[in-house]
Design a protein around this ligand. Structure first.
Ligand SMILES: Cc1cc2nc3c(=O)[nH]c(=O)nc-3n(C[C@H](O)[C@H](O)[C@H](O)COP(=O)(O)OP(=O)(O)OC[C@H]3O[C@@H](n4cnc5c(N)ncnc54)[C@H](O)[C@@H]3O)c2cc1C
Length: 263
């Protein structure tokens, strides 16, 4: 029998999370699972007052886990993430889908989480732990707590690039998503390159990142990165595309992103 419990705070709800509990954020995935008769959980926890605040904190931007894609699009400070949020589902989904829920969205979802991975975000848990997003994804699924917020530094103008490849425009699901943080202008250093829908969670293409460091962003300079861009990825077959197809086209889309911003 499925029960729903409402708590006044995230802290209280987190204390009641069990292996068979789910947290109701926007519900775009969770309520679909309920409607399909998913038997994998017996309790849904919700919180009366959600944290959807977007603010500046110690030089970083803090996004409450309950902020929706619509909230992101309305936040001037998050202008660099507007193209990402704008491509998540249609308006009805964007009104409900939260940043916190996107962190836990299974393949092929997780577009916003892919951008957060490229931007080296930190995950703030309700119990106060602060976890780098790389570590968060490497243990996702094994952790049972609730996420309160994420924080990230604002990239310099033009340093963050985003591309979503889908078969249906404008609101299709990702065949793949690519997010790149390229600090340093024409010869980026400390590059972070994340792919969505190319593995069980968003994944960094670390070999390609290394090949891009100090390389000019031109046809010759990016060649080595394109050659190794799928090395760290784990694409799978799904109704949208095969793993083989995803591997074949990844360098094509990465090239477009690096040479002309994904167009
Ligand atoms: C028609 C449709 C189109 C979609 N299109 C896209 C798309 O283009 N791109 C995309 O990325 N996604 C897409 N999605 C998937 C989904 O809408 C988003 O990933 C969304 O951000 C999930 O957030 P939510 O708040 O709805 O999560 P919910 O459904 O409320 O929860 C999902 C999971 O996350 C967990 N969770 C949620 N918040 C927290 C928290 N704060 N702490 C711990 N666990 C938490 C829940 O326990 C649950 O397991 C689509 C879904 C649908 C139905």
């Amino acid at each position: 029998m499925l029960s729903v419990e409402t708590y006044s705070s995230m802290t209280e709800a987190a204390a009641h999370m069990r292996a068979t509990s789910q947290y109701l954020a926007g519900g775009t995935l969770l309520m679909r699972a309920v409607n399909y008769g998913d038997q994998g959980f017996d309790k849904i926890l919700r919180v009366a007052q959600v944290d959807r605040e977007i603010s500046q904190e110690s030089g970083r931007i803090r996004i409450g886990a309950g902020a929706t894609m619509r909230d992101v699009m309305a936040a001037h400070d998050l202008d660099f993430l507007h193209p990402v949020a704008r491509q998540i589902g249609g308006p009805a989904i964007r009104n409900m889908a939260t940043v916190g829920g996107n962190l836990f969205a299974p393949h092929p979802y997780g577009d916003f989480a892919t951008a957060l991975l490229a931007l080296d975000a930190e995950v703030i848990w309700v119990d106060g732990r602060i976890e780098p997003i790389d570590s968060f994804f490497s243990t996702r699924g094994a952790q049972r707590g609730l996420v309160q917020a994420v924080t990230l530094a604002r990239p310099n103008r033009g340093d963050f690039r985003w591309s979503k490849v889908s078969r249906v425009k404008p609101k299709g699901i990702s065949v793949m998503a690519i997010a790149a943080w390229l600090p340093g202008g024409a010869r980026p250093t400390n590059t972070r390159l994340a792919f969505g829908a190319m593995g069980p969670t968003p994944l960094r293409a670390k070999a390609a990142e290394a090949a891009l460091n100090n390389a000019p962003l031109d046809e010759t300079g990016i060649g080595a990165a394109l050659a190794v861009c799928t090395q760290d990825l784990q694409p799978q077959d799904d109704p949208l595309a095969t793993a083989w197809y995803r591997r074949e086209v990844a360098p094509v889309h990465l090239k477009r992103l690096l040479l002309n911003g994904g167009r």
